[in-house]
Every structure is written in structure tokens, then in C-alpha cells.
Write a protein that binds this ligand. Structure first.
Ligand code: C6P
Length: 414
């Protein structure tokens, strides 16, 4: 029966898989089965080549020189901003701030809000399933401003309890910051509904899109969020790079984050005037190669097609759920109706670290532990999970290898 499912839904991803050179290497003497994509995906040749081309042929500092290479680098850098604008469907390129990644983007907003908007007694609403990157910056902002952190419940299947969200939303709520897709559970949150409700109370909305971006079809205008953050390295791009999208009016209203070159218009010892968007939030020489690599990744995803990416991931998730269900004593965490290609599980009588270490010897890379969501793990009363996460280049055979490895490891550990 399982074979029939496989036959009916051929993935047709052999050609695009061949664009990822790293996937043909061996690990511990075994062919690599890379299922740690939610932590960081691998990079297609097109992305690596774009970065290589930039450093070999096009490098100089941006926005600073009249010479040829500086202008070329600036052109490429600003073209990358336009590519990312289109990727998230922002209205204007000045709404796209280059950052080091999701963590950096959330820290920017939290820090700037703490210094401007937040007052003692104001409330910041987050959820139980947040990554530490969407908890700690808000705790710091609360400490600094006297605001209060309020947390929305998650139910046993890993879905937000919307009644609890509506009950906790009120006129003191100044910020609602929620994850688009949970990294530990795969749950897709109803961010459009959340934004609509939050705006009725005048609250601002940030969506942590670290796990949203890899699946494509991001539309910040449709969600109507005030801020959206993402990391390039989870969407086939380079590490240390990402964007913060912000509505122009919201970004204008915030004070600058860091001071330095690029973010200023005019400096005297008495007073500095700040640059316009997006440069107001981009102090110092930026990660030019990172921006070019990130745009190459967005272009690559567009070339594959966001629909195709989602279809492949959905088939992989269905097949993996079916296969892993056959493992004796397996428990899944995150069974929401709306979920992406992440499977978190534990096998009775085994510790996730031992499971991860043993299957690594069989060439299978998964993530084990709390996945930077310790409060969520505490809620479930577990130390962590084994997490397999799928990308567009994974195959049914990868899942067969994972399932066999988990069964073998479970036998060894019990
Ligand atoms: N999650 C994971 O294995 P950075 O490190 O800034 O690129 O992304 C942080 C981050 C924020 N929010 C969510 C939902 C995330 O999943 C992550 C990164 C990785 O799940 C590393 S902990």
C-alpha cells in the first residue's frame, strides 16, 4: 500500500537534487541522508556560485565609492533587496532591512520598541511554542521598559489555543510576536487571523518567519503583519544573513538600532541626523556577499516553483508519517492539521540524544534536543525530541533509511 502511495506521487526532484553537491558526500562511511533542514538547509550550486562570482569579480564596499566596482557591488546589493521585496511581497524596497538573520531582526524590533513605544504595564503577547529568539529579546525589552510578557497556550496537538489568544489580547497589548511555523512541531499558525485581531486593539504584530520562508509563498501584505523576519540559511541561502520586513510607517516610527556609518545623514559632535529607510537600520559595512547569496537562493526557489516545493514537502511529510508510525513505541509531537515537513518524535525507552548519535553512524542527520524551545519541551514534560525535517531535495529513500535506522537504534537502546 505504501509502495502505491510512492508510485502515485513521484517527487520528480532528481534533477534539482543533483544541484546540491554536498548531498553526494558520505558521512561515517554511509551515503548522507540530510534531514536537518529546519536547522539549516543545504545550498544549491547556483547560490555558491553567486557568492563565488561576487568575491572573484564584483567585490567592493557599497554606497561609498564612485569607482566602477563600488557601483557594481551597490547595484548587485540593491538588486538583492528588490529580489527579497518580491520574495515576501512587500510594497516597497525600503521596507526590506538586511539583517544577520531572524534573531537579529527580532532583537532589532524588541530593542527599538523598548526604547520608544513600550511603557510600564504594557503587554507583549507571545506563545508557548516560540523559539528562544522570540522569547528572550522580549524578556529583555520587558525588563528595560517595565512591560509584561504574556504567553498564549499551545494544546496537546501543538496548535495555538485561539480562545486563550483572544482572552489575553486587550488594550494593554502593544505587541503580538508569534512564530509563523513552529520549528519543533511544524505547526502553521493562523498569522493572518492573529494580525487582524491584534490590530483591532492597536497592537503591532511581528511574525517570526524563520521556518516560514523555506516553504515559499510569503505574502506580508496578505498577512498584514507589521514586521516579518527570516533567515537566508534556512531557505537554501548563506548563513549570517536575513531580512527584517517592516511596514514603512512602523519602521519610520522606531528609533535607530545601532549607530555607525551608513545609518547617518549628517554627523556633528552636537547632533546626528539619521539616514532614511532602509539605511537607518543598517549601520556599518553590510554582508554584501550574503545579500547576493540570499537573493540567488530566492531566485532558485522561484525557479523551482513555490507550489512544487510545497507539493514535494507535503508528499515527504505524508510518507514519513506513515512509515515512522510503524516504529514500535513511537510518539509524535506536533500533529496539528496545518503543518509543514517537520516530524518530532520520541521512541519509548530511548533518549533523543542516544537515538540521534546512533543514527548519525548510519549516515542520517537529524536534530535532537529542545530545538531552542525549552518552555515548550517543559510543557510536554520531555527533555527534547528527535526531529527530522525535510527539504525539496529529500527522497522517499531518505525516509526509508531514516525509518530503518530508527528501528535499529531503538532495538539497540531498549
Ligand atoms: N531554528 C532550528 O534548528 P537564526 O538562528 O537567527 O537563523 O534563527 C533563529 C530561529 C528563530 N525562530 C525560529 C522559529 C527558528 O526555527 C530559528 C532557528 C533552528 O530549529 C536553530 S535553533
Amino acid at each position: 500500500m505504501i509502495e502505491a502511495v510512492k508510485e502515485k506521487t513521484a517527487l520528480n526532484n532528481e534533477a534539482l537534487r543533483a544541484e546540491f553537491s554536498i548531498l553526494s558526500r558520505k558521512v561515517n562511511g554511509q551515503p548522507l541522508v540530510y534531514l536537518d533542514n529546519a536547522a539549516s538547509s543545504q545550498k544549491p550550486d547556483a547560490v555558491i556560485e553567486a557568492i563565488d562570482r561576487y568575491y572573484h569579480n564584483e567585490h567592493s564596499n557599497v554606497h561609498r565609492g564612485v569607482h566602477f566596482l563600488s557601483q557594481l557591488a551597490t547595484e548587485k546589493f540593491e538588486a538583492a533587496r528588490e529580489t527579497m521585496r518580491a520574495f515576501v511581497n512587500a510594497a516597497e524596497t525600503r521596507e526590506v532591512i538586511f539583517t544577520k538573520g531572524t534573531t537579529d531582526g527580532i532583537n532589532l524590533v524588541a530593542n527599538c520598541m523598548a526604547r520608544s513605544v513600550l511603557r510600564p504595564g504594557d503587554e507583549i503577547l507571545i506563545s508557548e511554542m516560540e523559539h528562544h529568539s522570540n522569547i528572550v529579546p522580549w524578556q529583555m525589552a520587558a525588563e528595560q521598559s517595565g512591560a509584561i510578557l504574556v504567553v498564549v497556550d499551545t494544546d496537546a496537538s501543538g496548535q495555538l489555543v485561539m480562545e486563550d489568544f483572544y482572552a489575553k489580547l486587550n488594550k494593554r497589548t502593544k505587541m503580538v510576536s508569534v512564530v509563523h511555523i513552529s520549528n519543533s512541531l511544524g505547526t502553521v499558525n493562523p498569522v493572518k487571523e492573529i494580525a487582524k485581531a491584534a490590530h483591532k486593539f492597536g497592537a503591532k504584530v511581528l511574525v517570526d518567519g524563520a521556518q516560514g520562508a523555506p516553504h515559499g509563498h510569503i505574502d506580508v501584505r496578505d498577512i498584514d503583519c507589521d514586521f516579518y523576519t527570516l533567515s537566508a540559511h534556512k531557505m537554501y541561502g548563506p548563513t549570517g544573513m536575513g531580512i527584517l520586513y517592516g511596514k514603512a510607517a512602523e519602521l519610520e516610527a522606531l528609533p535607530p538600532y545601532q549607530g555607525g556609518g551608513e545609518m547617518i545623514k549628517d554627523v556633528t559632535f552636537e547632533k546626528t541626523t539619521y539616514n532614511e529607510l532602509p539605511f537607518k537600520f543598517e549601520a556599518g559595512t553590510p554582508n554584501i556577499a550574503g545579500a547576493i547569496g540570499m537573493a540567488a537562493a530566492a531566485d532558485w526557489m522561484a525557479g523551482v516553483g513555490h507550489d512544487k516545493i510545497r507539493t514535494i514537502e507535503k508528499n515527504l511529510l505524508e510518507y514519513a508519517t506513515e512509515q515512522l508510525s510503524e516504529v514500535e513505541g513511537i510518539r509524535f509531537f506536533g500533529t496539528a492539521e496545518e503543518k509543514t515537513s517537520v516530524i518530532s518524535f520520541l521512541v519509548d525507552g530511548t533518549h533523543p540524544y542516544d537515538m540521534g548519535a546512533i543514527i548519525d553512524k548510519m549516515g542520517v542527520a537529524v536534530r535532537t534536543g529542545h530545538h531552542c524551545t525549552q518552555p515548550l519541551m517543559a510543557k510536554y514534560g520531555i527533555p527534547g525530541t528527535v526531529r527530522a525535517s525535510f527539504a525539496v531535495y529529500n527522497t522517499y529513500e531518505d525516509i526509508d533509511t531514516l525509518t530503518a535506522a530508527v528501528k535499529r537504534a531503538a532495538k539497540m537502546l531498549k
